[in-house]
Design a protein around this ligand. Structure first.
Ligand SMILES: Cc1cc2nc3c(=O)[nH]c(=O)nc-3n(C[C@H](O)[C@H](O)[C@H](O)COP(=O)(O)O)c2cc1C
Length: 328
């Protein structure tokens, strides 16, 4: 059997399969099952910037007035505070329950006071922090420069607040995706980029003539986006790369490693098939590596990245010119 350890964010993982942030990673009992099935690390369910800010605001009110004037405020303060305490407890309890690295996660859209909370996450024992940063560039008044600056400001403020290795989980909505990924990966504390986040997408209900939420879970075809961008960015970015989108079986894990991912993050398949799917993914990886005579993951990671193949242009091809001209 091959050695499946990998380095990710400066952490040693016993397997390249990370249980990505989702409802599957919000309780130590669930995470224990994922670790037993062979997950190399876990990214905890995200805390949202708003949840942290609400506590900060409530504290400001408390300091100003010394007490709460209305019961509703008081109750909501304790409910919100409970969210943050519960998150720190989740980190501590998960660390006590499993031996794999535990990466905390924050969904955020702006820098601000909330970034101080990163220190509490560090003190609670997290091994790393993933920042899921996304601002939908839907405002026609918003210049790209300002949006981009925001990403860097968040990373810099969190870096000032804690010493944890950071991963930036990002979207593909950038005018110059390659350049932005390189720049973000060069922020000193950023040790990984996670490509890409998955969003709620709109769909249309034709019967009701209403806009509704689209599919929540990914399909394997969506992984093509990771293959293009992880493959193109490997060797150019200053951090590790994790692929996360549409990875539903061991073969898909292998493909993403070959094009340059140090690890993959999965969520949808865990909802659909349960934690034991990780075991069968690892079996597939082991069987393929044995058949091919590979002894360790390091021998395959990045082997088929754009910078390592004879025909790098295959990553650049975007138009089906030949196909369209032959299939009218
Ligand atoms: C139901 C569900 C909940 C998710 N919740 C979070 C979350 O809280 N934070 C986050 O960063 N990503 C979240 N994700 C995104 C996943 O971590 C993952 O990056 C994405 O789904 C792509 O992987 P997949 O194709 O294996 O699902 C969620 C995904 C799903 C399907």
């Amino acid at each position: 059997m091959a050695n499946l350890t990998t380095q990710y964010m400066g952490l040693k993982l016993d397997s390249p399969i990370i249980a990505g942030s989702s409802g599957m990673t919000d309780k130590p009992e669930k995470i224990k099952k994922l670790a037993e099935a062979g997950a190399g690390a876990v990214v905890l369910k995200s805390l949202f910037e708003e949840q942290i800010n609400m506590e900060v605001d409530s504290q400001a009110v408390n300091n100003m007035y010394g007490n709460y004037d209305d019961v509703e405020n008081y109750v909501s303060f304790y409910t919100r505070k409970h969210n943050l305490d519960a998150y720190l407890k989740l980190i501590k309890d998960t660390k006590a329950a499993v031996d794999i690295p535990v990466i905390a996660s924050i969904n955020c859209i702006s820098a601000g006071e909330w970034t101080d909370f990163a220190k509490k996450i560090e003190n609670a024992g997290a091994d790393g922090l993933e920042l899921n940063i996304f601002v939908l560039p839907s405002d026609p008044e918003q210049e790209a420069d300002k949006l981009v600056k925001n990403y860097h400001q968040i990373v810099q403020e969190v870096s000032n607040a804690c010493d944890l290795p950071l991963a930036v989980k990002t979207s593909y909505y950038f005018t110059s995706l390659s350049r932005r990924m390189v720049k973000l990966s060069n922020e000193p504390q950023v040790k990984a980029l996670v490509l890409f986040n998955r969003f709620y997408n709109p769909d249309v209900d034709l019967d009701k003539e209403e806009v509704k939420s689209g599919h929540i879970y990914s399909v394997p075809e969506e992984n093509a986006m990771c293959l293009r961008w992880v493959g193109a960015l490997y060797g150019k970015v200053g951090s590790d790369l994790a692929a996360s989108h549409g990875i539903h079986d061991g073969e898909a894990v292998l493909k993403n490693l070959l094009i340059g991912a140090s690890a993959v993050q999965i969520a949808s398949v865990l909802y659909k098939e349960g934690p034991d799917e990780i075991k069968s993914m690892l079996n597939t990886i082991n069987a393929w590596m044995d058949k091919k005579g590979y002894e360790k993951l390091a021998d395959i990671i990045g082997k088929l990245a754009q910078s390592n193949i004879k025909r790098p242009m295959i990553y650049e091809r975007a138009q089906f010119m030949k196909y369209y001209s032959e299939h009218r």
